[in-house]
Design a protein around this ligand. Sequence first.
Ligand code: NAD
Ligand code: GLY
Length: 368
Amino acid sequence: LVNDDRHDPAEVIEISVGLENSPYSVWIGDGILDSIGERLGAWRRGKKVALVTDANVAPLYADRVLSSLTAAGFSPCLIVVPAGESSKCLAGVEMICDAMISAGLDRSSSLVALGGGVIGDLAGFAAAVYYRGIPYVQVPTTVVAQVDSAVGGKTGVNATGGKNLIGAFHQPAMVFCDPFTLSTLPTREFNEGIAEVIKHAAIRMPSLLDELDPNQRTGLAPMIAKNVSIKAEIVAADEFETIGLRAMLNFGHTLGHAIENVAGYGTLLHGEAISIGLHAALKLSAQFEGMPDADANRVLDALRAFHLPLQIPAGLQSARIFDAMMKDKKFASGSMRFVLLRALGKPVISSDVTPDAVRDVIASLQTA
Ligand code: NAD
Ligand code: GLY
């Protein structure tokens, strides 16, 4: 971690994502939003930059980023998409690309993604395919995005048949996390992001569970930095998820994505579906890996403290969730592979989980 004192008195933390071919830095600091243009100055290519954001974030933060880019000599064009998961689709990519074509952006241009995980994934994918790939910068404004999705280069959109099924690896050139932006997040959106923090704690840093305070909404930079470090270390070691390490980040996501898909994107927030998926993964961890109850209870207590759901909402049929899970790309090879825990901080990839065990765990989480 490196302190950077070029700007305001608030500490800025730099975390390196040590990829062999495309290393980059994640900068974390309260108020860093206002110095993005200046910080991009040395990196810039063409002057034209697309600032892509959503309709909730635009009125809150777009002007500050536009001013910062303009002051640094860029010519930004603002592209605003509707807020919410339903924008994360191919039509959303087309809309962004069309707007960039109309604004005259070419292969020397770049893109800034300002918003939550939806904007990061969607705009990142647009950057991956526009002129066969232009550089982009992530400016995450939700907990999910700051602790997880903005780092690692997974970009993409949902297909009717499943979540994130259309996408590309495209690493950002830089990431700027401004924890101050989290102060405007509605409580429900703040809490859903903590599901990814709890996931990181469960697979990599159990001590994080003791540091989480449901009432804390300021001074979050150190917590964000710990999560970014976890993600950065895993991504640097296994960028393309080929050696099994990055797959550990899918803890709780196998069932979580299926629940999100069957509920209809946007019904449950992403982190809420992941919270239910984490509950399922903890049960399977106890059954197949002997995870101690005390460990599972620490995770469940943390999820409850942030009012995250642990049961599948009424009306979602078990059979549909099971089918959606089987279609998930993680099962494309036909084998059922689950990330489970032997204990907190000790993840394994298991092929032992049977379809019946999955059906049973789904049934056990159904709301009566
Ligand atoms: P989101 O982007 O939809 O943001 C949640 C809501 O908060 C939206 O309504 C948004 O407009 C609003 N918002 C954003 N920032 C705000 C702010 N500072 N103040 C007020 N409102 C604000 O959702 P999310 O939870 O950030 O991200 C979920 C998405 O991220 C899912 O699509 C998920 O698949 C994806 N994801 C991707 C990765 C990855 O590695 N690429 C990892 C985790 C999650
Ligand atoms: N969010 C899972 C990953 O980036 O691999």
